[in-house]
Design a protein around this ligand. Structure first.
Ligand SMILES: CC(C)(COP(=O)(O)OP(=O)(O)OC[C@H]1O[C@@H](n2cnc3c(N)ncnc32)[C@H](O)[C@@H]1OP(=O)(O)O)[C@@H](O)C(=O)NCCC(=O)NCCS
Length: 178
């Protein structure tokens, strides 16, 4: 998928490609025990893990992955990310997102995710975007419902991370839904 590093804007946010300067803020988020509790990755232990991930984002560009840093317009601060793994064959994607704990509950994730879905479906022709979240992580389900995704069922023990196996609720949105 060629999107040429497109920057997306929402009322409060700038969704832009990752830059080297994001490493420290990303590390702060990804090393937090609570924030990473339901992610597949273990909390980062070193800054170099954030640097390596950002290097990969920069070198891969927008191909199989559409990844954007979430920056707060007002302060220029990096406060999270949205990432979509694209399946070109099916013209679909799987979305994930993270927001800095200090900004939870302020509508940041839903504002960012809604814009990414609108862009990928409206301008890049993606037909379906899906997500799955642990049943223990209702905040994620709140975001998915708020952006208009429909519930598709529960997948038992879909993934395992450091706290164990996770039954997951699956959601998706189709281009024809919007
Ligand atoms: C999941 C996460 C991204 C949500 O970010 P957020 O910016 O706080 O989400 P929003 O403020 O946009 O919330 C959207 C909806 O979710 C619901 N919600 C938010 N937090 C919730 C919670 N703790 N419990 C239940 N529902 C919740 C609300 O209903 C909200 O809708 P409302 O604004 O109409 O009330 C954030 O908690 C996070 O980064 N968690 C750690 C990483 C993670 O788990 N990512 C998802 C992996 S699948």
């Amino acid at each position: 998928m060629q999107t040429n590093g497109k920057v997306l804007l929402t009322p409060r946010l700038i969704l832009r490609p990752f830059e080297d300067r994001d490493a420290e803020a990303m590390f702060a988020i990804m090393s937090d025990d609570e924030t990473t509790k339901y992610l597949r990755v273990n909390p980062y232990e070193t800054l170099s893990q954030a640097q390596a991930w950002i290097d990969r984002c920069i070198s891969e560009g927008d191909g199989e992955h559409f990844r954007r840093a979430v920056e707060l317009k007002e302060t220029g601060e990096y406060i999270g990310d949205v990432r979509v793994k694209i399946n070109g064959k099916d013209n679909s994607g799987e979305i994930g997102f993270t927001v800095c704990r200090e900004y939870w509950g302020k509508g940041v994730a839903s504002e960012a995710v809604r814009e990414v879905i609108a862009y990928l479906m409206g301008e890049c022709g993606i037909n379906r975007i899906a997500a799955a979240h642990s049943v223990k992580n209702p905040a994620s389900g709140g975001v998915l419902r708020k952006v208009g995704m429909q519930y598709e069922g529960m997948a038992r023990e879909l993934y395992r991370n450091r706290i164990g196996y996770h039954d997951c609720h699956r959601y998706a949105i189709l281009k024809s839904d919007i």
